[in-house]
Design a protein. Structure first.
Length: 282
């Protein structure tokens, strides 16, 4: 462990002791500690309990199917995603601690947010402001891009996924892991791979119809007119030629917020929620 990590370990352990989440122990058993950098640059302390887990009786809890979750959002147009602050310290046992709030319009969304914040306050649970996304037109959740629009694809370092949507209702969902070679693709190629994979999977729905493909990578819009192609890209271009679609560049989450805040009534709702619930957004 580096000196920087050791200092961070002492800091986090001190905070956990003061909060009453842990206590000093003289047990003869221990477990290794390591750190993983979070999305925003801070360090997450991880404890390797694999040896302990092998001899424990495991509790089993039902987890909802992703398909069922997506079906509930079929008519939703506004989404908020809350991330509970240090969720694994706020619960004795927890598997997922992201909260998604979805509504058909902004008026209902404000009321839904109020109810959720009241319940969080009642149980003294806190959210992490910098990881929350309020009143979005689309969100990323469980590897999918969810919105009321058409085909959404999303590529990460480890997997690709997409959602097929018709008239605001999700029709199909698709995702798979990337193999070793695919993980070395550029972001541009991963996005294209997600696109090709999803169209091939949904061929029965899309072939012979005109549809919209939305992507957050503006370079993908020019793929079909690109002249210099690798052998792999040439095969993709030939495959895409079978389909009748138009590219649409989607804005990132920051631009979605800017678009939402440009409406005065939305800004007023945001301001009210932030003021009333400020003690939860720590």
């Amino acid at each position: 462990m580096s000196p920087m990590e050791l200092a961070e370990l002492r800091k986090q352990l001190r905070e956990l002791l003061e909060a009453g989440f842990i206590q000093l122990s003289k047990a003869s058993y221990d477990a290794p500690i390591l750190f993983q950098k979070k999305q925003y640059g801070t360090l997450r302390m991880c404890i390797d309990y694999r040896a302990l887990n092998k001899v424990m009786i495991k509790n089993k809890y039902p987890v909802p199917l992703i398909q069922d979750l997506m079906d509930r959002w079929s008519r939703a147009e506004v989404f908020t995603k809350l991330d509970l602050r240090s969720g694994y310290w706020q619960f004795i046992v927890v598997y997922l601690y992201d909260i998604v709030i979805y509504s058909t319009n902004m008026v209902k969304h404000v009321e839904h947010l109020r109810r959720v914040f009241e319940r969080l306050r009642q149980h003294k649970l806190y959210v992490k402001m910098e990881k929350c996304e309020f009143a979005q037109l689309e969100i990323r959740f469980l590897g999918y891009v969810v919105s009321k629009d058409q085909v959404h694809t999303d590529a990460s370092d480890k997997a690709i996924g997409g959602v097929l949507i018709k008239e605001g209702h999700p029709v199909a969902f698709e995702s798979r892991k990337l193999n070793g070679a695919e993980q070395r693709y550029s972001t541009y190629e991963k996005e294209m791979l997600a696109m090709v994979h999803c169209l091939d999977t949904w061929r029965v729905y899309l072939l012979g119809t005109r549809f919209v493909v939305r992507t957050d990578n503006v370079a993908n819009k020019f793929f079909r007119t690109q002249k210099k192609l690798s052998a792999k890209q040439a095969r993709w271009q030939e495959f895409l030629a079978e389909y009748d679609f138009v590219w649409e560049h989607k804005l990132g989450r920051h631009n979605n917020v800017a678009d939402a805040l440009s409406r005065k009534e939305v800004f007023a709702a945001f301001y009210s929620i932030t003021r009333v619930e400020s003690n939860l957004l720590e």
